[in-house]
Design a protein around this ligand. Sequence first.
Ligand SMILES: [Zn+2]
Length: 298
Amino acid sequence: MPDLWMPGATRYPNSDTGTMDGGPPRAVWHITSNSNDWTFKNELGYFTGGGRGVAPHLLWDPFTGQIAQFFPADSRALALRNAGSVRTNRTGRYCIQIETVFTAGETVNGRRYATVRDTPCKNLSLIVAWLRSLGIPDRWPGGAPTGFARDTVSLDTWTTQAGHYGHNQTPGNDHVDPGPMPNLFAAGTYTEEDDVSLTTTQATQLAELHRALVPYMGWQYKGKGETRDTYSYLRDTSADVRALAAKLDAQGKTISQLVQTVATLAAGLGDLDPAAIVTELKASIEAIDIRLDVPDAQ
Ligand SMILES: [Zn+2]
């Protein structure tokens, strides 16, 4: 039994669930296309509030990777219109609808994004993995969406073929979303970034920082008055450290011998407790703070 709730998605159960009509499992991709608001938070507010009646299964933000789920996989969602007597929301064993929080041409951190394909697609692989676990195959029966235009598949294709569809391909519907999508099926062909892209200003600032820092970062760096570069300095330092370690090792052996000698002596002194002397001696040796003074590079 697959997970009916996607691992990693935050659940906001919509009580208006409904049974599926059965048949080949599929996914339907949407974008929110909101001319006023591009935030996950507000789309989430919409689908849990006034937009409950048109809620998908998943709400996904391709910039932040946030994912919310409103219906379990085995319930129909509500973001499609029927095609006559064919209840498109209920077609298939599963008909997982995903609303991508995206609007063509939206600007995020100063960069304009034309399609979902251009976004960081953060956590998309998690969604695809879950869809696969539901038995939805890696294929677009009507071909991957190529633009913001209708490309409706036949009712026969819709009812008999498992896989991925765009809202723009679903019979009985007039929407043109989701527009061009990344390649969902070949790992690594869409860029899943940890962070959104930089603005031009941020990129310029970063480049300036880089230029300023490079002289201090490379092996060729020489401090003022230092004749050796970083690599030679490290190599020499490493030799120094090895020599110091050998010295410390020798000193450690000497100290152990000393402890042994004192213990032997104490054993011959009658009243004194040898164990107490050894404990005292060890404690004072351990209290010695050995400093390794390595000269600074000037
Ligand atoms: Zn749609």
